[in-house]
Design a protein around this ligand. Structure first.
Ligand code: SF4
Length: 345
């Protein structure tokens, strides 16, 4: 991964490396304590490290805040740190930049994309939207800034159901890009929506048949699932919720055993918060039972160290795109506050 040993590259050389590799591929000095160095750089540069629950355990352990998309966007909007390092995927770092545009937003690896976001290219979506001119657009936060700019309100898996429920009843709605979450929201709200045909490559992989087998094998266990999973898996679930909701459920439930159908990174926080509970990763359709997001896992401690040290790769967006994409995200945050889903502070 690291192709060049340590020396002092110029800014231009660094920019060229980032363009070629998507991250700074310089090897950190031999023998340094990456945890201590990252802490030092955060302090010196007034930087905050935000990490998604799907990050590796060591990144979660060094983060200033760990959360799902809703919690992370709220934190990004509120922080007064000068630099936000976003250990997540690209659309999340973009969201942080949109919500706090005067801050420098760094992402450890620009290659950390999202198959769900990529399943909704802006040009195709604009044409789809044009076919339904009387519809409003509700977009999941897992979209590019360009799709957000075409949306009326953004939702996350934490708030999609209550927000859609609270929207004016005469709104005709397009929901994008996750069709599984869209179907789940339709079922829970009774609202009819036109769904964009996108899925998350991680959540769609859980096997219905194997989940049934596992439920038979562990009759005492509860199946808990993220709403991006296929409807057949969701129908078997004892509890469906966002990553944060799944974590809280494990902590509060009197049950001792859980089959967890979401990205495996959350198991780290579940184990820390509820060490007495047994967690079983739900099985995937093909061979491996460990469902990890390859995009999220591109981030490493070394890349975070380099991002902080060299202050790149930086996420930048044109001001007019920031302006257009911010309105639907702010609407989500306002509605979430009004509905009591997040604190007013
Ligand atoms: S888990 Fe799915 S939705 Fe989340 S970043 Fe990975 S591909 Fe995208």
């Amino acid at each position: 991964m690291f192709h060049i040993s340590t020396r002092s590259p110029s800014r231009e050389e660094l920019l060229n490396l980032v363009e070629e590799y998507g991250y700074v591929p310089l090897e950190p000095p031999q023998g340094i304590d990456l945890f201590a160095e990252i802490e030092r750089l955060k302090r010196e540069k007034n930087a905050i490290l935000l990490a998604h629950y799907y990050q590796d355990a060591d990144i979660q352990d060094i983060a200033d805040f760990i959360g799902d998309s809703l919690g992370l966007s709220q934190k990004a909007a509120e922080t007064d740190a000068e630099i936000i390092v976003f250990a997540g995927v690209h659309f999340m770092a973009e969201t942080a930049k949109i919500l706090n545009p005067t801050k420098k937003v760094l992402i450890p690896d620009l290659n950390a994309g999202c198959s769900l976001s990529d399943s909704c290219p802006p040009e195709s979506f604009a044409a789809f939207k044009a076919q339904h001119p009387d519809h409003k657009v509700v977009s999941y936060i897992n979209t590019s800034a360009a799709i957000k700019a075409m949306s009326d309100v953004i939702v996350t898996s934490s708030n999609a159901v209550p927000i859609v429920k609270a929207l004016p009843s005469d709104w005709k709605i397009i929901f994008a890009p996750d069709k599984n979450l869209g179907q789940y929201v339709m079922k829970k709200t009774g609202r009819d929506m036109i769904l964009w045909d996108g899925v998350c490559m991680v959540h769609t992989i859980f096997s219905y048949q194997k989940v049934l087998q596992m439920k038979r094998q562990y009759p005492e266990a509860e199946l808990i699932a993220h709403p991006e999973c296929e409807p057949a898996v969701l129908e078997q679930a004892d509890f469906i919720g966002s990553t944060t909701a799944l974590l809280n459920y494990v902590v509060k439930s009197p049950k001792k055993q859980f089959i967890v159908a979401t990205e495996s990174g959350i198991l780290h926080q579940m184990r820390k918060a509820a060490p007495d509970k047994e967690l079983i990763q739900a099985p995937a359709e093909y061979s491996c039972s460990c469902n990890t997001c390859p995009h999220m896992k591109l981030n490493t401690l070394e890349k975070i160290y380099n991002a902080l040290l060299y202050e790149m790769p930086e996420v930048t967006l044109p001001p007019e795109l920031i302006e257009a994409a911010r309105r639907p995200i702010e609407r989500m945050l306002e509605m979430s506050r009004e509905l009591g889903l997040i604190s007013k502070g």
